[in-house]
Design a protein around this ligand. Structure first.
Ligand SMILES: NC(=O)c1ccc[n+]([C@@H]2O[C@H](COP(=O)([O-])OP(=O)(O)OC[C@H]3O[C@@H](n4cnc5c(N)ncnc54)[C@H](O)[C@@H]3O)[C@@H](O)[C@H]2O)c1
Length: 457
């Protein structure tokens, strides 16, 4: 089965970049990405893409109008497609049963209902969104309603990209996972999807599994990554009290080949649209199966993550003589991680809320995420300023709180920043990005996480 026309439903952080890479690597395939949000479609067709990812602009410029198109959805799109990726959002449910935990699958289901009458015979529907186990089965039931099962194959192909490195992750994935059913039609569909990836991914890195394993593997991967960060974060408070250094611990344990060096960086907590949502979803699934102890284990990861963010916010208040009321506090970084403009579930939101409750005057600076920060903090009482220039942001400030480890922040002239600040000047490094000893030498009172503070007080 040769794929010539691909449709992707959902032009978000996953749909846009992943389809751009397919279009780039497979020039003979026409890729159309549709979205119900006309504003998003317009942004994808403009010079300012809705998603900031290093390397994405160049690919979109190469492919857009050639074999990559961003459009509003029509039945003709579905009818023409050999393969349909669905990468609509699957947020945490905010109402009814499972509120605050389960995945809200309404966008997925409405997409399936919309696709069903227009899909051509032999079409392959690929579940790219992160979904609870057995979603593909439910979707297949909708798609197969009143038509023979062999008409449409449903595959699971979870996306493992990380924002900030999405293009590299898509171009050189650690693995591609394809979950499929047992029928010959399903197996042929899985092979057709593998053939698309094989344009640039070595065959041995394309893994096949059952649909359920594939769906659960995605939740498991995010749960394990988040748990690993959290495990390191839980050690930071103890390090601060005992004068141990969390970076030295990360280095020492990371040399153990069974552990490995990556994802051991302690900080103010994980964020982003996926980790919290997927862990809560996993915990909810456990609970639905009566596995309450397992559910509590995974839920504790989220509780500890919030605890770490709150601990950082409390530290900012406590170390400044227990009051930040009326003080100018600069937030260095609002995106949930560097390399993206995404602020969904960013720890900065929680830190800012907490400091606003303490009546601090906040100044937010970020290389890419100021527009989203403005939306996230809209309506909150208190003084908030948004300032793209970190030097201007820090002028007259009592404290800097570094929340996102953008490399730009490491390259600043801190002597100049210190000169313009109120004294005593405080710097809270929530990512251990900066050279604490050097900053201390300039006059700052420096509070990293999981390392001893260096103060002049
Ligand atoms: N963001 C990530 O880093 C990441 C990584 C891996 C997996 N995922 C998963 O991928 C999925 C998508 O995530 P995202 O970050 O791209 O979300 P997103 O919110 O950025 O994009 C989803 C898009 O789908 C559109 N949409 C919703 N319903 C639609 C419909 N019926 N027809 C057409 N368009 C529709 C929305 O308008 C939105 O633009 C989620 O399940 C997420 O968990 C995300």
């Amino acid at each position: 089965m040769s794929i010539q026309n691909i449709l992707c439903v959902g032009a978000g952080y996953v749909g846009g970049p992943s389809m751009a890479v397919i279009a780039d690597q497979c020039p003979e395939i026409t890729v159309r990405v549709v979205d119900i949000n006309p504003e998003r479609v317009a942004q994808w067709n403009s010079d300012t893409l809705p998603v900031y990812e290093p390397g994405l602009d160049a690919i979109v410029q190469r492919c857009r109008g050639r074999n990559l198109f961003f459009e509003s959805p029509t039945p003709d799109h579905v009818n023409a497609a050999d393969m349909v990726f669905v990468s609509v959002n699957t947020p945490t449910k905010s109402f009814g049963h499972g509120s605050g935990q389960a995945a809200d699958l309404q966008y997925w289901e409405s997409t399936a209902r919309w696709l069903r009458p227009h899909l051509k015979r032999g079409a392959i529907v690929v579940e790219k969104s992160t979904v609870p186990v057995k979603t593909a089965e439910a979707i297949a039931t909708i798609l197969h309603y009143d038509r023979p099962e062999q008409d449409i194959a449903v595959l699971s192909n979870p996306e493992f990209l990380a924002e900030g490195t999405a293009i590299r992750d898509l171009e050189q994935p650690d693995r591609v996972l394809i979950g499929h059913g047992d029928s010959p039609a399903d197996q042929a569909a899985a092979q057709a999807l593998a053939d698309v990836y094989a344009h640039w991914v070595p065959r041995e890195q394309i893994l096949f599994s059952s649909v359920w394993s594939s769906e659960l593997a995605k939740l498991a991967a995010n749960a394990l990554l988040a748990q690993r960060i959290t495990s390191m974060n839980t050690l930071t408070a103890l390090c601060e009290r005992t004068n141990a250094d969390i970076s030295q611990i990360a280095d020492a344990v990371g040399h153990d080949k069974r552990i490995g060096p990556r994802f051991l960086q302690a900080g103010v907590g994980f964020g982003g649209s996926c980790f919290r949502k997927d862990i809560l979803n996993l915990a909810y699934l456990c609970e639905q199966e009566g596995l309450n102890v397992e559910a509590a284990y995974w839920r504790s990861v989220v509780l500890l993550n919030d605890h770490q963010t709150d601990r950082f916010a409390r530290m900012i208040v406590e170390k400044q003589f227990n009051s930040v009321a009326g003080k100018r506090v600069v937030i260095f970084g609002f995106a949930f991680k560097p390399g993206t403009n995404d602020t969904r579930d960013a720890p900065a939101i929680r830190v800012c809320r907490s400091l606003l409750e303490e009546r601090a005057k906040l100044v937010i600076t970020d290389p890419q995420a100021l527009e989203h920060a403005r939306q996230d903090l809209a309506g909150l009482a208190g003084g908030i300023t948004f300032e793209p220039d970190p030097y201007r942001a820090a002028a007259g400030a009592h404290a800097i709180a570094l929340v996102t480890e953008w490399p730009e922040f490491a390259a600043l002239d801190y002597a100049r920043i210190y000169a313009g600040m109120e004294k005593p000047a405080f710097l809270f490094d929530g990512r251990n990005l900066l050279d604490a000893a050097a900053l201390h030498g300039l006059g700052f009172n420096v509070y990293p996480l999981g390392r001893r503070a260096r103060t002049h007080l």
